[in-house]
Ligand binder design. Structure first.
Ligand code: ADP
Ligand code: MG
Length: 228
């Protein structure tokens, strides 16, 4: 599929087994995400949002269907190639920030870049640029414990973007924040995604926040349904 989409999910199937019983969670989920497009993924708890995001983010292999990233069918890749793809093509943000507590904000954003082979000065320059985009230039030297919940999540967002992935995946990234802070963090996320021009697939419980994105898809009985 030689096109410019950031991500294709095609007829994704995933069944878990609980107490010996099959539990079909994804039954043919299909989605195309374009660069620069923000898609909200909504659905009740247990609908399969995290499962879908894990499959899209190459953390889990589906039982059926295809995941295409950067014009390539990831199902045909071996584990090593998938891991490399996951590190370079995808950024993740979770409900909890998972920042390293003993490192400052800027160091947390530098680390993935240095692991990817960038020099320290290059990593620092890019990290500072990213932190400035979410209004945190003055907090760069602070450790996570010295930051508010909203600031921690904004650092987590730019850390996810540190290596310039084409796809950002968020699994309820504002789910642990109060209403006002969730609003701020989602504004920062939307702004930076638009600025950088990557595709974003964001699971959220908050319909008000979902409406700020370009499209809303819901998971219903294991398939994705476009909401109007
Ligand atoms: P959501 O993120 O929408 O709340 P999940 O994708 O976490 O939903 O879970 C969907 C369903 O799959 C739930 O019923 C959950 O219990 C089940 N499930 C998720 N992960 C596993 C697993 N590793 N093993 C067995 N069942 C699982
Ligand atoms: Mg979930």
């Amino acid at each position: 599929m030689s096109d410019t989409a950031a991500l294709h999910l095609i007829d994704i199937q995933r069944t878990y087994h609980q107490a010996g019983e099959p539990l079909p969670v994804l039954r043919g989920a299909t989605l195309t995400l374009q660069p620069g497009e923000l898609v909200a993924l909504v659905g009740p708890s247990g609908a399969g949002k995290s499962t879908l995001l894990h499959v899209a983010g190459l953390l889990e292999r589906p039982d059926g269907g295809q995941v295409w990233l950067e014009g390539r069918d990831c199902g045909r890749m071996g584990d090593g190639e998938r891991t490399a793809m996951r590190r370079t093509a995808i950024g993740f943000v979770y409900q909890f920030h998972h920042l390293l507590p003993e490192f400052s904000a800027v160091e947390n954003v530098m680390l993935p870049q240095m692991i990817a082979g960038l020099s320290k000065p290059e990593s620092r320059a890019r990290a500072m640029e990213l932190l400035a985009m979410v209004g945190l230039a003055k907090r760069a030297g602070h450790r996570p414990a010295q930051l508010s919940g909203g600031e921690q999540q904004r650092v987590a967002i730019v850390r996810a973007l540190a290596n310039a992935p084409r796809v950002l995946i968020g699994d309820e990234p504002t789910g642990n924040l109060d209403h006002h802070t969730a609003d701020d963090v989602m504004n920062a996320l939307v702004a930076i995604v638009r600025n950088v021009g990557l595709g974003a697939l964001i699971a959220t419980h908050n319909l008000e926040l979902a409406r700020r994105m370009d499209r809303i898809v819901t998971l219903e009985d294991g398939v994705l349904v476009e909401r109007s």
